[in-house]
Structure formats: C-alpha cells, structure tokens
Design a protein around this ligand. Sequence first.
Ligand code: PRT
Ligand code: ZN
Length: 299
Amino acid sequence: MDKEQRLKVAVQKTGRLTDHSLDLLVRCGLKYSRGKDQLLCYGENMPLDVLLVRDDDIPDLVQEDVCDLGIVGRNVVEEKRLGFLARGHAPLFEEMQPLDFGRCRLAIAVPDDLPYRGPRDLNGRRIATTYPHILGRWLATQEIAAEVVVLSGAVEIAPRLGRADLICDLVSTGSTLQANHLREVETVLESQAMLIRTPVPLPPAKDEWLRRLLLRIDGVQQVKESKYIMLHAPRAALGEIRRLLPGSEYPTVIPLEGSADKVAVHAVCRENVFWETLEGLKAAGASAVLVLPVEKMLA
Ligand code: PRT
Ligand code: ZN
C-alpha cells in the first residue's frame, strides 16, 4: 500500500507510556519491525506505522498532520490545548478515547510544615509547575490570585530551593512528594493516556483502518477486566448465582448428563472477579468453579 494510505501513530519514544502504548498496538494485532534509526516502527501486517518521539511533541505532530494519531497523557494534551487557545488559535487535534493506562493526577502539594485549610490559603503564594495553563485555569475557577512559577523540570525541589512556596505536579504513588516532604492537598486534573487524532478527514482506506483500530482498542479494553467463569450449580440456586456473577447479562446454562437437578453455568464477566465473589458463589451452592482469562472479544 502506498505511503499516503498508511496510518501514522505518534508514540512516546522512551518513558512511562512507551511499553503500554506499543503493547496496546500489538494487542490490536500489529506486528512491527523497528527501523535502523529506531524512530519508526513499520507495521508489517497492517498499514500502520509508529513514529517514536518525545511525548511533548505528540500533540504538535498530530496538529501539523505529520501523524494521524497520537498516544499521549491527557495532562500534555490539555496543557497544549489551553496554550493554543491562550494564543488565539484553535487546537487542531481531537481527543478520541481514554486508554486506561498512564493514570496520574496533576496535584497541588504543599510543604509538610505549611498549614493548609483550603484553596484560599493559596492566595498570594508562589506555585512552581510545568503546567502553567492547566494550573492557571484551575486558579481562575477557584478565584485565587497566586503567582505561577514556570519550571521545565525538578518541580518537587523548588520549595526547598526557595523558588516557590508550593508546587503543582504529576503524582501517581505519591512517594516522590513524600521523599521531598510535600503533601498533596488538591487535585487539579485527573489524567491517563489518550488517543488523539487529526481533525483532517482521512482518505477512505485510512479511515477504514482507523475504524477497525478503534473497535480493536475497545475489544482490548473490555477483555482486560473480563473473565470467563464456568461452574456447576443446583438449578434452584440459578437466580442467586446469576445475581452474583459480576457484569454478566446472559449466562449459558447447560444440563449435566446424569444429573437432574444440577446444571453447568458459563458466563463472561465484564468486571474483575474477586475471591469474595467466588466465596459467595460457593456459599450459594456452586461447585467446580473455574475462572479463565479472556484472550479476545468482539462485541
Ligand atoms: O522524554 P519525554 O518528554 O518523552 O518524557 P517525560 O519525562 O516528559 O514523561 P514521562 O515518561 O515521565 O511521563 C509520560 C506521561 O506519563 C506523563 O505525561 C503522564 O501522563 C504519565 N504519568 C503517569 C506520569 C506519572 N504517572 C508520574 N508519576 N508522569 C510523571 N510522573 C512523575 C511524577 O511527577 C513524579 O516525579 O513520576 C514521578 C514519580 O511519581 P510518584 O507519585 O509515583 O512518586
Ligand atoms: Zn515530556
């Protein structure tokens, strides 16, 4: 297929999103070989190539129509979008789908010894961040007048260096904050990896592959939590057992040869199946309970 007909996806080259992004594409069926320069992954079995870049460049590459799609944190997308709007431009990328990895939050954190009762305590303070637009919008909605100190990195040490009173930075486990004697007090933005696309209409062949890719991403996301459950149950307990099976609408009920009152129940559960659920099923009369992972699903 000629070059113009191949979807190009921008993915972070090295960082927190890289493995998850490539893994998602592989689960969607992509087999790729990596180019000599290590910057391009060439799709061997799908007309889809991956361009490996810094995450901050991904919205721009999609904006400039160099790539059709990008996988990037919502924090980066939102900061870029607000930046464009502030300069009077409309951003030319569209958020398509959250991808359920790279979860973190942009949060305000204050030094352990700084008292904090609520957003109003931020008035007149200096806040260090690499996300001035998102923070600026949050401060405006909270009607707080604070000074935003824009840094390019190492935000968590800014209070100790005297460059700011507190910070607004990404947090996942919180251990970085703790190590720097900071505590989280407000969430400014919840984030996870997003699929973004160019608003430019795609030629039909590319558009068709994008449609297929989106369906496959849906399928991948559904199976992540899904389990296939098989069990034996007394017929009389079927109502209770159906109620206990998490997120499964229509289980298959199969008679068991040689047993008048027992049946086999097979069901796809679209939510995680915990030990508590299995214990509940057993208490309701289920036996021979098997829980299997689901490999692929197409609704
Ligand atoms: O080189 P490049 O520019 O591509 O990478 P980068 O260094 O800018 O990004 P990277 O790989 O650090 O993060 C990429 C994306 O992952 C971010 O834009 C977020 O969308 C997402 N993400 C998820 C995170 C975190 N979790 C996270 N914990 N990004 C950064 N962090 C930082 C956090 O600020 C702290 O400094 O990781 C550190 C550890 O966090 P704790 O809370 O677990 O201690
Ligand atoms: Zn970056």
